[in-house]
Write a protein that binds this ligand. Structure first.
Ligand SMILES: Cc1cc2nc3c(=O)[nH]c(=O)nc-3n(C[C@H](O)[C@H](O)[C@H](O)COP(=O)(O)OP(=O)(O)OC[C@H]3O[C@@H](n4cnc5c(N)ncnc54)[C@H](O)[C@@H]3O)c2cc1C
Length: 379
């Protein structure tokens, strides 16, 4: 008789591995990933940033609820610190200088708990932090010290290694192909064979709607949006200690990445789920923005890539049992903040799956689970 797992998690990105981790040994769990390796899609292509500022109130709360885990993960979770301070330099050209001042004042008045206050900078001071900015372009700047690089690979490995130790079985190259209900169980046909589970957790990222359809639920309109990044060399500069730079409306951003500079034109093009690649035009935009606001000559793009940031219509995660398909649990739509919010999102999902109370960090951040319910999109 085949083993019946309590839970089959579909998707081995940061979302699927985080819920596996927070479920620990409370249930028998199998995680199915269609690719040969974990984190191949959105998770492996992010800008690896953790910041409590410049996003919606709810995302800010989820980030706040994730901060304690990120700064002090449990003993043995990671060999290295998960967060490394980078700082963020917000810049504007002349026509947005007044607007930048307004954003600064708003941020100054609303410093999140535990975050360092923002600092207004003269152009000279901004250039001290980032010497290749073009003073003819930059006419306003402020600095947010509370911006951190996330060690994404260590976070992903920490979740997966610890959940394997707790008994979760990981199956890679095991795409879910079809799902049908037999009594109170799912029969799941995968590229790696058939298995049975009581509950399916849909953590399939860009593929969340198609996976739900396989399980007999309607799509909720969870849409992948492509975002592009390029990597360029900056000869003569050591970028390692330089802050991230964001145009004040996030028209573009750039930051140090493995000795080079990662630049994104902050594009958000709705697409069908697929293995994303960058379009020439977006690569050109990224190079153009960098050469506009700096004195660098961007003649050569060393590397370029794209990934999918997947959003529900209200841009909030979808976490909870389906009201349409028994035994289906949604865990999707983590959008552009799925890495930094993964501790809170994973804990909320694990609590809902096991019927436990929400953990204290989540409660203290003012997060309730009801706001994430898939019922808001189910007819
Ligand atoms: C350029 C870029 C910059 C970003 N910057 C940041 C940032 O600075 N900070 C931040 O917090 N977030 C950032 N993000 C967002 C972040 O990367 C995502 O929110 C997060 O990685 C989503 O994780 P996920 O596990 O939900 O999705 P994914 O990592 O895409 O994982 C879903 C997995 O499901 C698998 N799957 C799908 N269908 C099936 C199936 N049928 N069977 C089995 N497996 C299946 C896929 O293969 C995939 O591995 C960025 C994203 C991009 C693209």
């Amino acid at each position: 008789m085949t083993e019946i797992y309590d839970i089959a998690i579909i998707g081995g990105g940061i979302t699927g591995t985080s819920v596996a981790y927070f479920l620990g040994n409370q249930r028998s769990v199998v995680l199915l990933e269609q690719e040969a390796s974990l984190g191949y899609h959105a998770t492996g292509r992010s800008a690896a940033e953790f910041t409590r500022r410049f996003h919606s109130d709810v995302t800010g709360r989820l980030t706040q609820a994730s901060a304690a885990f990120m700064t002090s993960p449990p003993e043995g979770f990671s060999q290295v610190d998960l967060l490394r301070r980078r700082g963020n330099l917000l810049i504007a050209q002349a026509e947005k200088a007044d607007y930048l001042r307004q954003v600064f004042e708003k941020e100054q008045a609303n410093t999140p708990d535990g975050a360092a206050p923002v600092e207004f900078l003269s152009v000279e001071l901004a250039l001290e932090k980032m010497p290749f900015l073009d003073p003819d372009w930059v006419k306003g700047a402020f600095y947010d010290p509370d911006c951190w690089d996330v060690e994404v690979e260590n976070l992903l490995q920490g979740y997966s290694r610890s959940s394997k130790k707790a008994g979760t079985e990981f199956r890679q190259s095991a795409a879910l192909i079809s799902a049908r209900r037999e009594g109170s169980n799912w029969i799941l046909e995968t590229a790696g064979g058939e298995l049975r589970a009581r509950t399916v957790v849909n953590a399939a990222g860009a593929w969340a709607d198609p996976v739900a359809q396989m399980c007999g639920a309607s799509p909720l309109g969870i849409i992948p949006h492509r975002r592009t990044a390029i990597s360029v060399k900056v000869p003569g500069y050591d970028t390692a200690e330089m802050p991230e730079v964001n145009e004040i409306d996030e028209v573009f951003y750039f930051k140090s990445d493995a000795g080079q500079l990662m630049v994104s034109p902050a594009d958000e093009t709705p697409v069908a789920p697929h293995d994303a690649w960058p379009e020439e035009l977006d690569i050109a935009y990224a190079a153009h923005y960098l050469s506009e606001c700096t004195t660098l000559e961007v003649n050569h793009v060393a590397h370029s890539w794209a990934g999918l940031r997947t959003f529900a219509a209200d841009r909030l995660p979808v976490i909870g049992f389906s009201g349409q398909a028994e035994g289906l649990f949604w865990l999707a739509g983590v959008g552009g903040y799925g890495i930094q919010t993964s501790p809170a999102v994973g804990q909320i999902a694990a609590a809902l799956l096991t019927g436990a109370e929400l953990p204290i960090d989540v409660v203290n951040a003012g997060v309730t689970a009801a706001i994430f319910s898939p019922s808001r999109f189910e007819s």
